[in-house]
Design a protein around this ligand. Structure first.
Ligand SMILES: Cc1cc2nc3c(=O)[nH]c(=O)nc-3n(C[C@H](O)[C@H](O)[C@H](O)COP(=O)(O)OP(=O)(O)OC[C@H]3O[C@@H](n4cnc5c(N)ncnc54)[C@H](O)[C@@H]3O)c2cc1C
Length: 399
């Protein structure tokens, strides 16, 4: 059986960046196993493409720390590798008094996290985004856009050059922990590894359980549907326009995003998905659905948040309602401006008490590391998360 020092599971930005940083530190033989024939086929290649500033996150949280430093690493990487990015800035817009109070808290968090941002009156907002209606806003200079699929593929290429064995089309089916390593059972045969790093996104909880590790949570898939603005409406959005998020949820609300390769997208909503990789609405996986329906944490989540669930469903099935959401920010948007665009699915960890895990979660066990919750802003923070994991591995090897 082939033996590796480290097997990384998952070819999204977190797994790729982990393998890249491990290889840079000379951590022996590394293999990266990705079940799809392409890298970045799931969350990493199906997101809003926003470089987050770190303004939203609780100071001191893993999200705040990794987003702020990860953003700088990402920008440096894009510059060095000549990949497209644009630190175009963004506005977060309050439309009423209640949102203004919540925006004030976000503004203070941004300042505590060292994010370059400034408070705008409704009039000053018009200078940045003339078509937006708002009572006031925060302008965030440290935000931008990138192509995370391209970034990830380049990290993969650099990893291969550093000696990482990147194996696409290799699905991990099981893990068998042994005395001196872990046997990794894939659909193309078995390998052994001294250490397994699980960066499997939507399937990370299942991979942890395969290794005999109970992560104490379950991944629940939340679909995010996007629309593209028709070319004649693209002028309505200059940069990135966000609402004030509802603090009860880890999602940022439907926003307008200028894409780094051109065009403007709006979305994503946050609708419970019927399959972990069910990108089209009718796609159903009995296995995935029974997984969450049988979970008491999910039932508690539904009991506490069913009204929001109904609202999201109504906006998803009715274009008029979706447009009304968008018109809160840009009144000139019309139904006929919305063209279809691909959707993404978030891997959201739900805890047994029904709460949605707010921070990144990385579990360490002997010979296993499991990244169990890496939702937004983990694309922005991906390079940083990878280097943090690599540091932990080299520190434990040295001990
Ligand atoms: C709709 C949406 C919008 C978002 N917007 C933003 C944004 O603008 N900015 C931002 O910073 N973040 C954003 N995010 C979050 C960000 O995309 C994710 O946090 C990040 O991509 C997570 O990367 P990952 O590598 O952990 O997961 P993924 O990209 O999902 O990668 C996991 C990989 O593991 C593989 N895998 C799974 N199971 C197995 C197995 N058994 N064997 C082998 N391989 C396996 C999968 O095929 C997949 O390629 C968004 C996410 C979504 C869904």
């Amino acid at each position: 059986m082939e033996r590796f020092d480290v097997a990384v599971i998952g070819g999204g930005i977190v797994g790729l960046s982990t393998a890249y940083h491990l290889a840079q530190r000379g951590v022996g033989r590394i293999v990266l196993l990705e079940k799809e024939d392409e890298l970045a086929a799931h969350q990493t290649g199906r997101n809003s493409g926003v470089i987050h500033s770190g303004i939203y996150y609780k100071p001191g949280s893993l999200k705040a720390i990794n987003c702020v430093s990860g953003r700088s690493e990402l920008v440096d990487f894009c510059e060095r590798e000549d990949l497209p990015f644009d630190m175009c800035g963004k506005v977060i817009v309050a439309t009423d008094e209640e949102e203004e109070a919540r925006l004030q808290i976000i503004f203070e968090r941004g300042q505590a996290n060292g994010v370059a941002c400034s408070w705008l009156s409704g009039g000053a907002l018009k200078e940045y985004e003339p078509h937006v209606r708002g009572r006031c806003a925060v302008h965030v200079e440290d935000a931008g856009i990138a192509d995370y699929g391209a970034v990830s593929r380049r990290i993969g290429q650099r990893s291969v050059e550093l000696g990482v064995d990147v194996r696409k089309g290799h699905a991990v089916l099981n893990l068998k922990p042994e005395q001196d390593g872990v046997i990794v059972n894939t659909d193309r045969g078995d390998i052994t590894a001294g250490l397994v790093v699980n960066c499997a996104g939507l399937h990370s909880d299942r991979i942890a359980r395969m290794g005999g590790v109970e992560p104490g949570l379950r991944i629940v898939p939340f679909r995010g549907h996007y629309h593209k603005l028709a070319p004649e409406a693209e002028h309505l959005c200059r940069t990135l326009i966000y609402p004030v998020p509802n603090p009860a949820y880890p999602f940022l609300g439907v926003h307008f995003t200028r894409m780094v390769r051109g065009g403007v997208e709006c979305g994503p909503n946050a609708l419970l998905a019927f399959a972990r990789e069910g990108y089209r609405i009718p796609q159903v996986s009995i296995k995935d659905m029974s997984d969450y329906l049988a979970y008491s944490g999910f039932r508690r989540l539904m009991r506490d948040h069913w009204k929001q669930g109904v609202h999201e469903f109504a906006c998803a099935v009715s274009r008029s309602r979706y447009v009304r959401e968008l018109q809160k920010l840009i009144p000139a948007v019309r139904k006929e401006h919305l063209l279809p665009a691909p959707s993404g699915i978030r891997a959201q960890a739900v805890m047994p008490d029904g709460s949605m895990a707010d921070d990144f979660l990385i579990l360490e066990r002997p010979r296993q590391i499991h990244v169990c919750n890496a939702p937004s802003p983990a694309a922005t923070a991906g390079l940083r998360i990878g280097s943090t994991i690599a540091d932990r591995v080299t520190a434990s090897q040295a001990a």
